[in-house]
Write a protein that binds this ligand. Structure first.
Ligand code: A3P
Length: 290
């Protein structure tokens, strides 16, 4: 069991870059001591892999299709990130079960309570070339992240894990190598793109929340990119353009699989593939993008 005060855990923390204004020490301590409940649901992702999408889907499944929470609560309050600075002001201890949370932590960084209680986790993975593409645009519009630099500079940073939450490769491998996999559902962004209805039905099954076919259909329809883009509680339009300048590029930008083909040069793709092949050589998981 990783333990925060052990040397191993601290070393791991140090290798992962967390912007300190978004994740001040008091917030990490809050997460560290967080009392999980067995019926909590955790959405775990590497940034830009489909977090916001899941923050829409899971509350709709939990409410049996009732859109009240997705229509009235911004995604960051509806499904708060436990490591983000505002989490400790949200009175999460008072929320009724099942509570839904998000995290960008690697498996090895999860706090001790998580390993004791083993709440359900939905781990979303996305083709890292699309994660790179999405991140490159996102870093360019946010004032609270380091400027991405040129595409080739950012590509090196991304592949070396010198970006927020560290290496995509380490993140994915940490969750795929989790010890107790029975409480973790793995799903790819690309599966959701290919068949959203089927994905919603499978997530509902994993959460032991049986839904009628019409409800599944209604949820999937609401969560289509073009419909979610209209939801002001999920499209970040409530965040001032001083922090996220969506006049340059929207948060819900393209919502497709394979946009890397429009972004990366032939040489960049070759380099990416070589790094991927090396870093993922021991991974047996069959990803939807392969
Ligand atoms: P793009 O920048 O490629 O469009 P996260 O929420 O983890 O930060 O990920 C953001 C990415 O998920 C963005 O990718 C965003 O457009 C995409 N996304 C969000 N909602 C989506 C939806 N309903 N359908 C498809 N993609 C969605």
């Amino acid at each position: 069991v990783p333990f925060s005060h052990s040397k191993k855990y601290q070393t791991y923390h140090l290798r992962v870059y967390l912007p300190s204004h978004l994740h001040p020490p008091q917030s990490l301590k809050y997460y560290e001591d967080f009392a999980f409940r067995p019926d909590d649901i955790i959405i775990a992702t590497y940034p830009k892999s489909g977090t916001t999408w899941m923050q829409e889907i899971v509350p709709l499944i939990v409410s049996g299709g009732d859109p009240a929470s997705v229509e009235t609560l911004p995604n960051w309050n509806r499904v708060p990130w436990l490591e983000v600075y505002n989490a400790r002001n949200l009175n999460l201890e008072e929320r009724p079960s099942p509570r839904v949370f998000a995290t960008h932590f690697h498996y090895n960084m999860m706090p001790p309570g998580f390993f004791e209680v083993k709440p359900r986790v939905i781990y979303v993975m996305r083709n890292p070339k699309d994660v790179f593409t999405s991140s490159f645009h996102y870093y360019g519009i946010t004032s609270f992240l380091v400027k991405p630099g040129s595409q080739s500079e950012f590509l090196h940073k991304f592949l070396d894990g010198k970006v927020m939450f560290g290496s995509w490769f380490d993140h994915v491998k940490s969750w795929l190598n989790a010890e107790d996999k029975q409480h973790i559902m793995y799903i790819c962004y690309e599966e959701m793109i290919m068949d959203l209805k089927d994905s919603v039905a499978r997530i509902a099954q994993f959460l032991e929340k049986p839904l009628d076919a019409e409800v599944v259909e209604k949820i999937a329809d609401r969560c289509l990119f073009k419909n979610m883009k209209q939801n002001n509680m999920s499209n970040y339009s409530m965040v001032s353009c001083e922090f996220i300048d969506q006049t340059k590029s929207e948060f819900l930008r393209k919502g497709i699989a394979g946009d890397w083909k429009n972004q990366l040069t032939v040489a960049e793709v070759e380099h990416f593939d070589a790094v991927y092949k090396d870093k993922m050589k021991d991974v047996k998981y069959k990803f939807a993008w392969d």
